[in-house]
Design a protein around this ligand. Structure first.
Ligand SMILES: [Zn+2]
Length: 498
């Protein structure tokens, strides 16, 4: 296959005025990039006309959860601690195989149509059911998107890890305050995952990862076991850290032996490692950022959800200055709502501008790298995806530049980050296969996905309404506990302009 005449963001190109090139593919791999390839008459080469298109490495959505795809647009802005009760309540009745299949397809469709070729799905399946896991895998394979898949787990209860909750809520309400990412009592989930997935024959587009929900919700033994497995199989680990002030406060209040620093706890337990990816990282202290840099651990920023959940602005410039790997994600559909890397890149560049009052390096190219290369590196796939180069997998996104966003062409990088919003995504290739052609999914009829979603929504809506009514009853105590988190006079180090 030949991708002909597109302006390609190759590692050596001028990203403001990229030259037009031909990209040659053999099966799933990029085999050459040239000014112009000659094609012999009658040859069987398929040509994709990429003239007037920008050709990017497909985006890597480095933090995503497919479990609440159907809850997009259900919530206004709420504090993170309250939101978790909507997103992951264990009191949800078990979901049907049909619902899990439909939501996974829909999420993958949205990601592909917005130019993502790889997603990191950190999935909570509760109670765990092998049929649900099979439905997820089947959906991803049908659609043809690349997935870095982790099951989410923990062994400590949420109520024990959020400041003021235990004392604020009456004891009879405590059972309502946990979430489904917590102990799976009937099953040793990690051993099961190892036996059924890590040791099974590889799947072409699915690679495995581990998903301890958050260090404060996981015992030291569980974190160490996680990292032991990650090293044995050389797979990445994704976890959440310091998304909200409450999470930072919890560390400051409960970890005196580590000066209140959760990252110091991780260093002490020997789990800081290049395989580790810390989603959010909004409230990292300077010392913790230095520890991450020293050990090669990375972060994944999710600016959309951080703002909507009232969490704050990550210290982007300090992370960059320290040389920490910074990936980008779009997180849950019930808090970020959009799986859209264009929005994430724009927010990244804008928040970088206010994360340090002193003017710094240009951010457009940095945002694109975060959305491609860094996500790939964090997934331990940096030698296969995230760049347009010989020997890399053909995961490519073609943006149609016949659009006001691109006229006049002053800077491809800046216009991609600050103007394009996803309207231009026309063609997407994953592993050398065209999965989106002329803005339409080729692998599955999109109408069947919308119909499948429509069919399961009455059941989902009924259960979500019950959950919402339950959270509404908890609201007075939630508000009181949140006020205490906001007002607590504890030294939570703030970096400039946070
Ligand atoms: Zn998350």
């Amino acid at each position: 296959m030949l991708i002909r005449g597109g302006r390609a963001l190759t590692p050596t190109a001028d990203w403001h005025q990229p030259a037009c090139v031909d990209i040659a593919l053999a099966d799933d791999t990029i085999v050459g990039i040239s000014d112009a390839y000659e094609i012999e008459d009658g040859s069987a080469v398929e040509v994709i006309d990429a003239r007037d298109h920008l050709v990017l490495p497909g985006f890597v959505n480095a933090h995503y959860h497919s479990h609440d795809v159907l809850a997009k647009g259900t919530l206004e802005e709420v504090p993170l601690e309250s939101w978790r009760l909507y997103a992951l309540p264990p009191q949800y009745p078990p979901r049907s195989v049909e619902e899990i299949h439909a939501r996974t397809l829909l999420g993958a469709l949205e990601c592909l149509r917005s130019g993502m070729t790889t997603i990191q799905d950190m999935l909570t399946l509760y109670p765990y059911d092998e049929r649900h896991m099979d439905a997820v895998m089947a959906a991803y394979e049908q659609v043809g998107i690349r997935v870095v898949f982790a099951l989410q787990y923990a062994d400590r209860k949420g109520i024990d890890t959020i400041p003021f909750w235990k004392d604020t809520f009456p004891a009879e309400l405590h059972p309502l305050l946990s979430t489904a990412a917590e102990p799976e009592r009937k099953l040793d989930l990690i051993s099961h995952f190892e036996a059924t997935r890590l040791q099974a024959p590889p799947r072409p587009l699915i690679s495995w990862a581990l998903g301890p929900s958050a260090p404060e919700r996981c015992s030291p033994a569980l974190m160490q076991r996680t990292m032991e497995l990650a090293r044995r199989y050389d797979i990445p680990v994704y976890t959440h850290i310091y998304e909200s002030r409450g999470m930072a406060l919890q560390a400051r209040l409960t970890l005196p032996q580590y000066s209140g620093l959760l990252v110091r706890r991780l260093a002490d337990e020997g789990v800081l490692d290049p395989r580790l990816n810390l989603a959010h990282s909004v409230w990292l202290s300077r010392e913790e950022i230095e520890l991450l840099a020293e050990h090669g651990a990375g972060v994944v920023l999710n600016p959309q959800g951080n703002l909507k959940m009232k969490c704050g602005i990550p210290p982007i410039r300090t992370l960059q200055d320290a040389g920490v790997r910074v990936g980008l994600g779009c997180d849950n559909c019930s808090c970020s709502d959009a799986q859209n890397m264009f929005v994430a890149m724009k927010l990244f560049a804008l928040l970088a501008a206010v994360s340090d009052p002193i003017p710094g390096p240009p951010q457009a190219a940095a945002a694109i790298r975060a959305a491609t290369e860094s996500g790939a590196d964090g997934a331990r796939l940096g030698n296969l995806i995230g760049r347009i180069a010989k020997g890399f997998k053909a995961d490519l996104t073609l943006i149609d530049m016949n659009d006001p966003s691109w006229s006049p062409l002053n800077s491809a990088a800046r216009q991609l980050v600050h103007i394009e919003a996803g309207r231009g995504v026309r063609t997407v290739l994953v592993n050398g296969k065209v999965v989106v052609r002329d803005r339409t999914l080729t692998s599955v009829d999109e109408r069947t996905i919308y119909q499948a979603v429509k069919a399961v929504m009455p059941g989902f809506r009924k259960d979500f309404a019950e959950i919402s009514a339950r959270v509404a009853r908890l609201q007075p105590w939630l508000d009181r506990a949140h006020r205490q988190i906001v007002d607590a006079e504890v030294d939570v180090e703030r970096l400039p302009f946070q």
